[in-house]
Write a protein that binds this ligand. Sequence first.
Ligand code: DGT
Ligand code: CA
Ligand code: CA
Length: 574
Amino acid sequence: MPIHNADIAAIFAEIADLLEIQQANPFRIRAYRNAARIVGELGREVRAMVERGEDLTGLPGIGDDLSAKMREIVATGTCRALERLHAELPPAITELLHVPGLGPKRVRSLWHDLDVQTAEQLARAARDGRIRSLPGFGEKTEANILQAVEAHLSKARRIKLATAAQYAASLVAWLAAARGVGRVEVAGSFRRMRETVGDLDILVTARAGSDVMARLKGYDEVAEVLSQGPTRASVVLRSGLQVDLRAVEEAACGAALCYFTGSKAHNIALRRLARERGLKLNEYGVFRGRSRIAGETEASVYAALGLPWIAPELREDRGEIAAARAGRLPVLVELADLRGDLHAHTRATDGHHTLEEMALAARAQGLSYLAITEHSRRLAMAHGLDPRRLAEQCEEIDRLNATLTGIVLLKGIEVDILEDGSLDLPDSALARLDLVIGAVHSRFDLTRAKQTERILRAMDNPHFTLLAHPTGRLIDARAPYDADMLRIVRHARARGCFLELNAHPDRLDLLDTHCLMAKDEGVLVAINSDAHSREDFANLRLGIGQARRGWLAAADVLNTRALPELRRMLKAGR
Ligand code: DGT
Ligand code: CA
Ligand code: CA
């Protein structure tokens, strides 16, 4: 059974949570939590490493014990340590952990003090007003929990794009080996690079007599077959992810790909356009009367409607069809356009690799510069830098740059924006850096007015270059803080600052709509990995997807500039 990194990470995270509910040894808990993060963010599949006989203890934070557990999970799909915990605790307790806002500590007291063991019991306890009196909860928390648990009970789960990509990759490889199959494409929101996907829509071209439908059913991650016919099937994978498969003939491939890529709103707009031209558009092609005039390629479908091909990331009915008609579609930024990365950490703070290892990994990714931007001292948990350690790192960077070829390290900092909008390091320490990234890591609860003011004041610092992960949200886990993004974008413009599009799979922050806003206001966006290990540069691909959804061209992105021009632009803002 193919096990993906997301599966291993989820098992380790669950073990950590369950141990914490049991109030086990904090070091043990932390070891599992770290392992979950490392595996979850790893650019390569652990399964492949195990199959190749690689030594997993080479991964940061992974010792003999965790390495053995990873092998066990790859081999069996589960782990005895987890099963033991399940046997010791109420069976549905894990589900409570998935309610936003509830961590192990709260779940423990809900269970201990109120005997809440399931999501339904939790909703009832909140409705009855029994939660507010627990220590550390209160009336507001109770209301938030009620809202969250009701949403949790009603909503179908969406999964993050990066996680879906792992499930998609091995399924696509499996289907591609079916008899009589040509192309295999993942369409739907996945192809549009939405940050989360509801299900996977897979399209294959197949000759008559192909065994592709049977092959899907035979995939060993399939937990349930929902429906099955000669040209379509729907299954649910063990992970809970639904897969819709359609098989089409070559001649209709483009039309089907267009239809199943969506979005639904884009499709409706295309069909309206077809009708205006006396044509009919459906998943089989473009028809004039009964004759098919296009359908084999997507480009032919769009051409029949008088349009150039529109990139999937734009297909959200946000003006792309009008832009296409007018010949004003942006030439979207591509991964190959990126010349550098402006946000990365090393072992000096909470990263896992050395300066040199990070530099070489960035070079291998095809980048020619990399800014090292550690946390500042306020983030004590991450061993944030004070002025003295920052100065030492700058000297180390100078020494390294003298020997490295093909990559240049830039000196930066990810400095905390304090509650009053001042920065966590003195101007004298910031002045000698190539760039200063400001970030909000605390007090997410300020009012809109105060939070906005805080960020604007930070940008007023003459050394401030770039606002990190501007909304602060974590996909599916933490709402953005309340701030006026339009004012922030305009202030960035006035102060000569830039905005980050953080490409971490949990962040993807800026949102696509904010990219559009930044472009409209003439503020450049930096697409950064926020790498904490050398594998993380692979995440840039996700940031590119999000930027493309936000209509950004290479010229709208700061780090598509070659280094000399980048240096000029960084200086100009200060
Ligand atoms: P998701 O799965 O919620 O992340 O979003 P999508 O966009 O992948 O939606 P899904 O899986 O329901 O359908 C895949 C594509 O099929 C969708 O993007 C467009 C097309 N489609 C589905 N239902 C309809 C429909 O009722 N009308 C039209 N025109 N297209 C549809
Ligand atoms: Ca879908
Ligand atoms: Ca679907």
